[in-house]
Design a protein around this ligand. Structure first.
Ligand code: MN
Length: 228
């Protein structure tokens, strides 16, 4: 096949302890999925069904990368999240069957240009410029569920230059991973290669040029990203 402009390479992530790769198709993200984070953003966590936004697949950057401070923002925020890697697709997947569709798990940072997101919220505009920018989706290698099972309780944390900023447990998700997959697959047909950033706990805040974010979910992985 002859492409008339250079074709983008597919985005892939390592699979832990192998030379295999996980091909990334789409990146879905859940908004406000921990009660204290919903409250810190000015919302009532009890009255909101889950909602979703997307990042482009090529916004994925592997752990260990240095990222240039993004364009057009003065308020870049970190959001540490458990990431779900879909292995088998489907539509209208029931929560009871949802984990059969999961290939594995990873740890991601939902980087956010909070100033642009705030402006979009105020104007009733889409969130793409706040959420879907270049290099907005750092992510670790995928750890297969065949190795670690399906974590429902584990510490999730993020530190900036060694100082803990987010510290919670994935058992505090408002919508569990199976429930999230049930909702999401009623809106889009999930496919192998889809990633789901499952939402962030409280404590989000800015990261500056020269600072290094480290974070993790116990039993899943640890991520490190420096902003340059
Ligand atoms: Mn998020």
């Amino acid at each position: 096949m002859n492409f008339v402009v250079p074709a983008a390479l597919p985005t892939t992530l390592e699979v832990t302890d192998t030379t295999d790769r996980f091909p990334v198709r789409r990146v879905y993200c859940v908004g406000r999925n921990y009660a204290e984070h919903a409250r810190e953003m000015g919302h009532d966590p009890d009255r909101e069904p889950p909602f979703f936004f997307c990042k482009p697949a090529d916004a994925i950057v592997p752990s260990g990368s240095e990222i240039a401070y993004p364009l057009a923002t003065q308020n870049l925020h970190f959001e540490i999240e458990l990431v779900v890697a879909i292995g088998t697709g489907g539509t209208h997947i029931k929560a009871a069957d949802a984990l059969d569709h999961v290939y594995g798990y990873a740890v991601g940072i939902d980087l956010t240009r909070r100033d642009l997101q705030g402006e979009a919220k105020k104007m009733g505009r889409p969130w793409d410029s706040g959420k879907g920018f270049d290099q907005a989706a750092p992510c670790t290698a995928i750890r297969p569920a065949s190795q670690i099972g399906h974590p429902s309780s584990a510490r999730i944390w993020l530190a900036v230059d060694g100082k803990i900023r987010q510290d919670s447990d994935i058992d505090r998700l408002i919508w569990s991973i199976p429930e999230t997959i049930e909702h999401l697959s009623g809106l889009w047909t999930l496919q192998p290669g889809d990633l789901i950033y499952s939402g962030t706990p409280a404590g989000v805040g800015p990261v500056e040029k020269g600072e290094t974010m480290t974070g993790g979910v116990d039993g899943v992985g640890e991520i490190e990203i420096k902003i340059t």
